[in-house]
Design a protein around this ligand. Structure first.
Ligand SMILES: [Zn+2]
Length: 65
């Protein structure tokens, strides 16, 4: 495994960690990205941090008084 592989592996794990947080609230995982519909691993709700942030931004706007 060269350094690029190690970095990609680390980023992937970091992304999973970021996506796993804040799981306590909001919709359940559906196997698809809640924002763009990409298939994702069962315990995830978004395919990327960007999708999560976009979804959360939209969600926050909808629920704001
Ligand atoms: Zn997505």
């Amino acid at each position: 495994m060269d350094e690029a592989d190690i970095t990609a592996d680390r980023l992937e794990r970091e992304m999973e960690r970021l996506l796993a947080v804040r799981r306590a609230s909001g919709p359940q995982p559906t196997g698809e990205c809640l924002w763009c519909g990409e298939p994702v691993a069962g315990h995830l709700r978004w395919c990327s941090v960007e999708c999560r942030d976009d979804w959360e931004g939209e969600h926050a706007r909808q629920t704001r008084r």
